[in-house]
Design a protein around this ligand. Structure first.
Ligand SMILES: Cc1cc2nc3c(=O)[nH]c(=O)nc-3n(C[C@H](O)[C@H](O)[C@H](O)COP(=O)(O)OP(=O)(O)OC[C@H]3O[C@@H](n4cnc5c(N)ncnc54)[C@H](O)[C@@H]3O)c2cc1C
Ligand code: SF4
Length: 595
């Protein structure tokens, strides 16, 4: 029983990242009284992320100053269900956020749209290659239940909110030079021009073009000019300062949820945010059919019940799934019987590539970088190549980025250099400004063996069972990574002025997924969207099948992961869900789809 019950609100929103603040903005403007509960602290670009203090490589990039504290909440991890999962006691493979703005503060800002085939992945492969093509025993490939054409206006709106810069490759069906020719038709061009490219990524583009590919600038939330978004937020041009990924931007130049959304809604009469407010569970009505609100711990650690007509789950994909499991929302996935949906289809991201050192004629100036600065090709992403010929589904973009040359994180040396000592120092001095790379940013198919559930042994600081992650790279993705690594090497060889190339592959044969080295904070699935309650947690509007007043946001909705970074797609979905909440659900609260 909660110690204190507060007056009821219309909407309670768990989390203040991109999705939580977008929900608060749209619903508050629609006349709903919104209470946002954020487990972390307040902070602001104007006062919290200013240089030179912010440019502390050790504090923010390596001691994770802006991120989640694993002493309070973490998860346990294992590669397969025969192993005993152990707690992740230090961040590594992924870096979830905490505090106002969530991970949208320390993100890079690469901002993609899903491909039409991504959203209808199962139908795409079945139509092209027949029912037998997908090995359902190993992969649970699904459609999203939302098509590209349906999502397009909402993807477009998000790009305007975040001021994305890029070159349109397909404008209303017209394929245009300089953009991604494989993207779905966009109704309007990017709101801003693409970033200017440095030496290394230009060499990548030249090498890729020589091999017959169509390189284009990675769409970027690092501003390329002064910009005002549809909410009235003003952003400034990026200085290419290089303290971008893992850092907040004190220049108002990286789109983030604070400057793009929070500042425009914080004084609205329908908006309230409570910091240091950690939601413990979502509470349910006695018939179990709806949520009645949430129970949280306030900043003094007291239990508080916040009743609400609508609960929005915006806590980041992993923690949305954890909250569902500890609250008894939906049916947990059972890997033995392969029934149940909460925790099912957890997927990650599959990376491989080639590090390049250039000869003395090339100077790359790596200290000049930005989170989304780079060039890419999309020939090998989902649906853009013949999957029957290559023997895997999914895919990814192959690109080259220049994000930073920071003192601790950027020390390129030739492969045979000692890891410390005088020789290492000499090599770092010599090669610091002569490095580049090519990366496959690959998709991750969902597998029946990869899932999230509750750990039977370990608990968090509040006594709740920890989330348990069971994951290893599916064979399909290992084939894709090996193939992509070879393509990355070919492009690297074509870049010119290359002295050495060192291949790497996180999903190499015989090598299990490791939770230690950073890969991406692109954890997807676990509460997936769809049109069938047997294989999805929410219907195509993001509404839980069995609790119609609970709406779910974030990458937990993805039925399998894309070959892209997730925020563009998940924000497109967020605005899609909010549209249907505002135009349909609020007037007549009910399941928006029949189960
Ligand atoms: C280093 C890094 C680089 C990235 N680069 C890119 C990129 O280039 N492109 C891209 O598309 N994506 C990128 N991402 C991913 C991107 O940041 C996320 O997709 C996005 O921020 C997710 O938004 P969200 O609203 O779902 O969750 P979050 O931003 O994680 O927000 C969730 C919020 O909920 C709060 N919360 C959680 N649990 C509770 C609880 N129980 N009670 C109260 N509050 C709670 C958290 O504290 C957090 O503030 C990157 C991420 C990282 C970490
Ligand atoms: S690189 Fe640009 S967007 Fe990123 S933190 Fe620096 S100024 Fe901001």
């Amino acid at each position: 029983m909660a110690a204190r019950t507060l007056p009821k609100t219309d909407v309670v929103i768990i989390g203040s990242g991109w999705t939580g603040l977008a929900a608060a903005y749209e619903l508050a403007q629609a006349g709903q009284r919104c209470v946002v509960l954020e487990r972390g602290k307040p902070r602001h670009d104007a006062t919290s992320f200013a240089g030179p203090e912010e440019h502390d490589d050790l504090k923010y990039a390596h001691q994770y100053g802006h991120m989640m504290d694993v002493r309070e909440q973490t998860l346990t991890f294992r590669n397969n269900s025969d192993q005993t999962a152990l707690p992740m006691r230090r961040l590594g493979s992924f870096l979830p956020g905490q505090g106002l703005g969530g991970a949208g503060i320390h993100w890079n800002g690469q901002s993609w749209r899903p491909l039409p085939a991504d959203l209808e992945m199962r139908s795409h492969y079945v139509e092209r290659y027949g029912e037998q093509f997908l090995d359902d025993d190993d992969m649970t490939v699904q459609d999203w239940g939302v098509s590209y054409d349906e999502l397009e206006p909402f993807l477009d709106f998000y790009e305007k909110v975040a001021g994305i810069g890029g070159n349109a490759g397909n404008l209303n069906g017209e394929i245009r030079d300089g953009g991604n020719p494989f993207e779905g038709p966009r109704s309007e061009d990017y709101p801003n021009p693409a970033m200017k490219q440095p030496v290394a990524t230009t060499l990548f583009a030249e090498g890729a073009a020589e091999l017959g590919y169509k390189p284009f600038p990675i769409p970027s939330a690092n501003m390329t000019r002064a910009y005002e978004n549809p909410y009235g937020a003003q952003l400034h041009p990026c200085t290419y300062c290089g303290f971008c990924e893992r850092f907040g931007c004190g220049y108002y130049a990286k789109a983030d949820p604070i400057i793009c959304i929070y500042d425009r809604i914080r004084d609205h009469e329908n908006f309230e945010i409570r910091f240091n407010s950690w939601v413990m569970r979502v509470d349910k009505s006695s018939d179990g059919k709806t949520a009645t609100g949430v129970t949280y711990l306030d900043e003094d650690g007291r239990e508080v019940f916040q009743p609400a007509d609508i609960v929005c789950m915006n806590a980041y994909g992993l923690w949305n799934v954890h909250l569902m499991l500890v609250s008894g929302l939906g049916t947990p996935y059972d890997p033995q019987s392969r029934t149940g949906t909460v925790g099912r289809n957890y997927a990650y991201q599959t990376l491989a590539g080639a590090n390049v050192l250039f000869d003395e004629e090339i100077i790359t100036n790596p200290f000049m970088g930005a989170g989304a600065l780079g060039m890419a090709i999309d020939e090998f992403n989902t649906g853009n190549y013949d999957a029957a010929e290559l023997g895997f589904v999914g895919g990814g973009y192959i690109g080259s980025t220049q994000t930073n040359g920071r003192p601790i994180g950027h020390q390129p040396t030739p492969p045979d250099t000692p890891a410390y000592g005088a020789e290492w120092k000499r090599a770092v001095r010599e090669y610091y400004s002569r490095s580049g790379g090519v990366l496959l940013h690959g998709s991750s198919v969902a597998s029946p063996n990869n899932y999230l559930d509750l750990d039977p042994t370990y608990v968090d600081a509040f006594g709740r069972p920890l989330l348990r992650m069971t994951f290893d790279f599916p064979e399909n993705d290992r084939r894709m990574a090996q193939w992509g690594q070879a393509r990355a090497r070919e492009i690297a060889e074509a870049m010119g002025h290359v002295e050495t190339i060192a291949d790497w592959n996180r999903a190499a044969p015989g090598q299990s997924y490791s939770i230690v080295p950073y890969q991406t904070t692109h954890n997807t699935g676990g509460a997936v969207i769809g049109t069938d309650p047997a294989t999805s947690v929410v219907n195509r509007y993001g509404q839980m099948w069995d609790h119609h007043n609970v709406f779910v946001f974030g990458a937990c909705l993805f039925p399998q992961n894309l070959g892209y970074n997730p925020t563009g797609p998940l924000m497109g979905l967020a605005y899609w869900t909010l549209h249907y909440m505002k135009t349909d659900y609020l007037e007549n609260p009910r399941p928006l789809m029949d189960a």
